[in-house]
Ligand binder design. Sequence first.
Ligand code: SF4
Length: 128
Amino acid sequence: MLCLHGFKGLGYSPFFVSTMAKALMEIKTNKDILINLVDDVDVLCMACPHLSQNMCCKSGNDSDERIKGFDRKVFEKIGIKPNSILKVKEAILEVQENIRPDDLDNLCKNCEWFNLGYCKEGLKSRVV
Ligand code: SF4
């Protein structure tokens, strides 16, 4: 939900990009959809070519643990427990109300997309 704020058509493969674009379109057009927020492999991860044996293997052996650590930090920040089911609009609001664009400096410091600035920009302008 956080990363969707910075999505501008880039990603790990054409299939991943089209899955992200579809997810973004769906949540923008129906914010009453219920979603399950997980700190594990989700529907977007399932479209990623770097998912192997249900684990992220994007950047070495500790990749999966780093991603899960990121997820845990985001859950802490928004004050929601993993596996919570919310309406999309509620989840978006929790992200936008509880995570300031400058928080990404710390939260996202290991992400390869961070330096593009799209996520900060998207969060600032509440693009989702
Ligand atoms: S910079 Fe942060 S919000 Fe953006 S894609 Fe990376 S982890 Fe997600």
